[in-house]
Design a protein. Structure first.
Ligand SMILES: CSC[C@H]1O[C@H](OP(=O)(O)O)[C@H](O)[C@@H]1O
Ligand SMILES: Nc1ncnc2[nH]cnc12
Length: 299
């Protein structure tokens, strides 16, 4: 099925990262190819029912892991989920541990990000309409609460909170970079949560990450420096845990409950309505319709 117009298909979105290209236990599965004004998402979106709740699953790198972190169309991914009716996004990501106490195999629920990416489009508001959303608290605390409960129930060694530094990649860090990030006090490192989390906020979606620690990057004195092989080996052991967390958390989420994340654009749009270009209004209609009068007369 190909879809281009807004239809409520699922209120919960799951973005699967490295090692997570599908989810177990999905019922009534359907695949949709979503077109967006920003281009094509990483893959078809898999719609289905998990624990009684309708979910939309998207493989961030595409099935078969075809797209590198810097080439992912993050805007299309977030827009596509929004267009299906998604209100809450759970992101699953492999990360390097920047602290001794976070061991490979542990689960981290980051609550802060540092964006070191260099050449990614990180806003929907790049042309014709200017908006500045608040991002002091980039993670939805209520989704993180639910993830914490699900992670603990699944028996994960879990760390609530922490800073995820997002590097450009695709090469891993040098030791000098890795040591520098440790001095900054970061907890984990990855290559994908920026600009994903920023775009989710602009799209007024709740966003929280389940980070699976796979390695100690390259700062550790006695552990081997990170390799893809080591990451995949750790993920292989832990993907079942991630799937269990998802299965437990999804029925506990309440995507329709009021949340500040769903009002992120209120008071964020600066451009005066009579100075907004018609093309920007059309392109961003799905995001701005509650705040800006469109040709259809909606507010
Ligand atoms: C294949 S290892 C490196 C790769 O894994 C992480 O991706 P994701 O967040 O999608 O799980 C990391 O950011 C790199 O893109
Ligand atoms: N050490 C690392 N650096 C960047 N991304 C990662 N993903 C998993 N491990 C990583």
């Amino acid at each position: 099925m190909t879809t281009s117009k807004k239809t409520v298909q699922a209120a919960i979105g799951i973005i699967g990262g490295s090692g997570l290209y599908n989810i177990d236990g999905l019922e009534r599965v359907r695949e949709v190819r979503v077109r967006t004004p920003f281009g094509a998402p990483s893959d078809a979106i898999i719609l289905g029912v998990l624990g009684g709740a309708r979910v939309a699953f998207l493989s961030r790198h595409g099935r078969g892991h075809r797209i590198n972190p810097g080439s992912i169309n993050y805007r299309a991914n977030i827009y596509a989920l929004k267009s299906l009716g998604v209100k809450q996004v759970i992101s699953v990501s492999a990360v390097g541990s920047m602290k001794e106490a976070i061991r490979p195999g542990d689960v981290v629920l980051p609550d802060q990000f540092i964006d070191l990416t260099k050449r990614r489009i990180s806003t929907f508001f790049d042309e014709g309409i200017v908006a500045h959303v608040g991002f002091g608290e980039p993670v939805c605390a209520s989704v993180a609460d639910a993830l914490e409960a699900a992670g603990r129930a699944a028996g994960a060694r879990l760390h609530r909170g922490g800073t995820y530094v997002c590097m450009e990649g695709p090469q891993f860090s040098t030791k000098a970079e890795s040591r520098l990030y440790r001095q900054w006090g970061v907890d984990v490192i990855g290559m994908t949560n920026m600009p994903e989390a920023k775009l989710a906020r602009e799209a007024e979606l709740c966003y929280a990450t389940v980070a699976l620690a796979t390695d100690y990057d390259c700062w550790h004195e006695t552990e081997e420096a990170v390799t893809v092989e080591a990451i995949l080996a750790t993920l292989h052991k832990n993907v079942a845990l991630a799937k269990q967390v998802l299965k437990t958390v999804v029925p506990k989420l309440a995507p329709d409950r009021a949340c500040v994340c769903h009002q992120a654009l209120g008071n964020a749009i600066v451009t005066a309505p009579d100075h907004m270009s018609a093309s920007a209004k059309r392109r961003l209609n799905l995001l701005i319709a509650p705040y800006v009068r469109t040709r259809k007369g909606k507010r």
